[in-house]
Design a protein around this ligand. Structure first.
Ligand code: GLY
Ligand code: MN
Ligand code: MN
Length: 487
């Protein structure tokens, strides 16, 4: 017995000291106060006598009985902290009284289920939702059907468009049921009937139903990051920049795109980032000209290729979005360097305009002008004004819980975090001298807007062509990581 006790205590001590000593293990999760504060911020923007309703994301099937890794609806996570599927939250402008209970928000969650939890992990359940997420009023999803809230008494019922891939799993309390019961309670099906103007009740009901309000309102909340969010977002970006540094040191022309991707993702996981914020993009040579290339399956990167790597660690839900383009052999060719330096110049000039009060359309206009001028000087296009598709995308977007985070895109404000990502893509067969063919370059950084001007959160990863080449000369610990050949 005593031996058992000692064994138990020593396991505990080893576990605890490992935990305490491992600087990579995260301890910085968002608190229930953060989510509560976000609900209050939304409530403050809602009109009198209204309710906002959010549903968890559906589970998406990958094949047969294997689903994709679950990802919560970012708005739902932002407002609740709940990470499981089959849930909904009601946020009321004013206190409601039902059967003698006063409340202004209700969370419906998955019920605990011992056998399901044995397969897919512990569920929070109603008690967990109350204790850990701070919802005073929480119910099992199955209780929504008999819940006494009269939705039609509200002036406005705000909800997001329903996801059309929600499957009925015959559980009576899954997302499918929550949505169907909700539709019934708000007479949503009236929306499908024609000739609505003839029926007063139908007209009045339809006026209340609104799937637009939450888009703009959630964007205006989420585009300004709170201090808690900035802690996580900065980490996601820094981890991603370190991933870029490690690959720059490890890169050699025989490496495959997949292997390069794996090195990045290993670095993320080492720091406790749970996932990638979007499918990693690692394209060598002409693949770098495919903007959202995700096959990443070219075996040999090749001696003279560039490798475009657009990757972002997702840390506790917050994702970075960082791109570097590097030469496989460590040295840019003359043509590669000319295009690279042009993209860099456009990015630098664009970032300089990331100032509070400036229109958010300005940096892209600046970058476009520089790139057009440069392409004309290099003879790739006939004049600065000539139509071309070598820079076919915008230069910026917010990042946060989504890689393309919602925003209103008017003027820069303090504590926005926005990318700056000009690029030039000259695919094989383009209408220019073939010495430029196969050059695809994007440089992307994540910029925090502050009172003192733009702060480049990803600056740790070298950006100028000279800095990139210098870093690539450094040795990599991965050189020692030699695996046996397969039969
Ligand atoms: N990684 C996607 C983007 O840069 O927008
Ligand atoms: Mn981006
Ligand atoms: Mn990107």
């Amino acid at each position: 017995m005593i031996l058992k006790k000692i064994a138990f205590i020593s396991i505990f001590i080893v576990f605890f000291t490992n935990y305490a000593q491992n600087p990579f293990l995260p301890v910085d999760y968002l608190t229930k106060d953060f989510h509560k504060d976000r609900r209050e911020a939304l409530r403050a923007k809602m009109p009198a006598n209204s309710v906002a309703v959010f549903f968890a994301n559906p589970i998406r099937n990958r094949a047969n009985d294997v689903d994709y890794v679950y990802h919560q609806n970012p708005n739902f996570y932002y407002l609740t902290g709940y990470k499981e599927p089959h849930a909904m939250v009601l946020i009321f402008k004013e206190n409601q009284e039902v059967e003698g209970r006063l409340f202004n928000e209700v969370l419906f969650v998955q019920a605990r289920d011992e056998s399901a939890e044995m397969w897919t992990g512990k569920r929070l359940g109603v008690i967990g939702a109350q204790d850990q997420l701070g919802f005073r009023v929480a119910f099992k999803g199955g209780d929504f059907k008999n819940n006494k809230i009269d939705f039609l008494k509200f002036n406005n019922i705000f909800f997001e468009e329903f996801k059309n891939d929600v499957r009925d799993t015959k559980s009576n309390a899954d997302l499918y049921d929550l949505i169907e019961v909700f539709k019934e309670k708000i007479s949503f099906n009236l929306m499908n009937l024609e000739d609505i103007s003839e029926d007063k009740i139908r007209e009045q009901t339809l006026k209340k139903l609104d799937t637009e309000f939450l888009k703009g309102t959630m964007a205006s909340l989420r585009e300004i990051k709170t201090k808690e969010e900035l802690v996580l977002l900065k980490k996601a970006v820094e981890i991603s920049a370190i991933g870029q540094i490690e690959i720059m040191k490890a890169m050699h022309p025989d490496m495959s795109e997949t292997e390069a991707q794996g090195i990045h993702e290993f670095v993320y996981k080492k720091y406790g980032a749970e996932y990638e914020g979007y499918p990693s993009i690692v394209g060598s040579g002409n693949n770098g000209c495919i903007l959202h290339y995700t096959d990443n399956n070219k075996t040999l990167i090749g001696e003279n290729s560039l490798i475009l790597m657009d990757l972002g660690a997702e840390y506790h839900g917050y994702t970075a979005d960082v791109t570097r383009t590097i030469p496989a052999n460590g040295k840019f060719s003359k043509e590669q360097k000319l295009i690279y330096d042009l993209v860099y110049e456009a990015q630098e000039a664009g970032i300089a305009a990331y100032k509070i009060g400036t229109k958010m359309s300005k940096p892209h206009a600046i970058a476009k002008k520089i790139i057009n001028k440069g392409l004309a000087e290099l003879g790739i296009i006939s004049s600065e004004k000539a139509y071309h598709t070598y820079f076919p995308h915008g230069s910026m977007h917010h990042i946060g819980l989504d890689v393309h985070d919602p925003g209103t895109y008017k003027k820069f404000e303090e504590n926005m975090v926005v990318t700056m990502e000009p690029g030039i893509y000259i695919s094989i067969g383009s209408d220019c001298d073939e010495k430029w063919w196969g050059i695809g370059i994007r440089i992307e950084d994540d910029i925090l807007i502050t009172k003192n001007g733009p702060v480049n959160l990803s600056k740790r990863a070298p950006r100028t062509s000279e800095e990139v080449e210098a870093l690539m000369e450094l040795p990599s610990v991965l050189e020692k990581f030699v695996l046996p050949k397969l039969e």
